[in-house]
Design a protein around this ligand. Structure first.
Ligand SMILES: [Zn+2]
Length: 283
């Protein structure tokens, strides 16, 4: 049976929301809700015995080391998600290196280990940032999951492969966000806003389509997507849709996903890919 990856981008709501993201100096003034929201998600994962990968924002790790300890103690994999949640394609290489080094140090202080994987904030690695993979490989990371192989209003890498692939230059494995082929185009089905927007039947069909092709699906979620109590008045119409729409229905979709499909952390996919390369796909 194919194991799909369940991944969590661990950040607070104001770090992901594009209008508050740049205001790092003001972050301490916003109500932090990440601990409660993450505990809520940990409870659901525990109920369904799902182990996930948490791509942790370095800022959150420094602020709440106990939360990261709790996630790791529950058996989940810890990866990195940058330090201050910058769009990678807006950074110079040196700025990206600093984001990565600070996030690795933050995790290492807590777990005394070096993570294997990275997810860029806003899936913001694209054709303009080929150096990003070199930076990650040079620091001993084994995989990346930052490619969004279609396009939306904020990000995308439309010509990238849909399924996991080896980056020959750096030796990293890339695990793109999952898309399904629908009406002649690639359609994101497996995470964040798209999970909240689309009916469960379509998400299920998409994962089945991918698995039928012998490929794992890569799903992602943010703890703030489950936090129906979080309110912020000064949002744009686009943010009202992409950040807030469909929060109330997400928990039931997760429960259905965990019932219908098999999920594991991203490092299980790495092993699955190794087995596939040796001609024994599936674990
Ligand atoms: Zn993020």
């Amino acid at each position: 049976m194919i194991i799909n990856a369940f991944t969590v981008d661990l950040e607070d709501w104001f770090q992901g929301l594009t209008s508050t993201n740049p205001l790092v100096d003001q972050w301490p003034q916003f109500e932090s809700r990440v601990v409660a929201a993450t505990n809520d998600l940990l409870g659901i994962l525990d109920l369904f015995k799902v182990k996930a990968t948490f791509f942790v924002l370095g800022y959150v790790a420094d602020q709440y080391p106990g939360l990261i300890e709790e996630v790791a103690a529950a058996g989940h994999e810890i990866g990195i998600h940058g330090y201050t949640h910058r769009f990678v394609y807006k950074l110079a290489r040196g700025e990206f290196e600093r984001e990565i080094d600070m996030s690795l140090e933050a995790i290492h202080r807590i777990t005394a280990t070096t993570p294997l994987g990275h997810r860029a904030p806003y899936f913001s690695i694209n054709a303009t940032t080929p150096w990003a993979f070199e930076v990650l490989a040079a620091r001993g990371l084994l995989y990346d999951s930052s490619v969004f192989p279609t396009k939306n209003m904020l990000y995308g890498f439309p010509n990238a492969p849909r399924f996991p692939y080896l980056l020959e230059d750096s030796g990293l494995m890339e695990f793109p966000a999952t898309t399904m082929q629908l009406l002649g185009r690639k359609w994101p089905i497996a995470g964040g806003f798209y999970n909240r927007l689309q009916p469960y039947g379509l998400i299920k069909r998409g994962i089945q389509q991918v698995n039928t092709q012998g490929q794992p699906a890569v799903l992602y979620i943010h703890p703030w997507e489950l936090d129906t109590g979080q309110r912020y008045g000064r949002v744009t119409p686009r943010e009202r849709l992409t950040h807030y729409y469909g929060r109330g229905g997400l928990r039931i979709k997760l429960e259905k996903l965990f019932t219908d499909f098999s999920f594991g952390p991203m490092k299980a996919l790495l092993k699955q890919e190794d087995n596939a390369a040796q001609g024994s796909f599936g674990i």
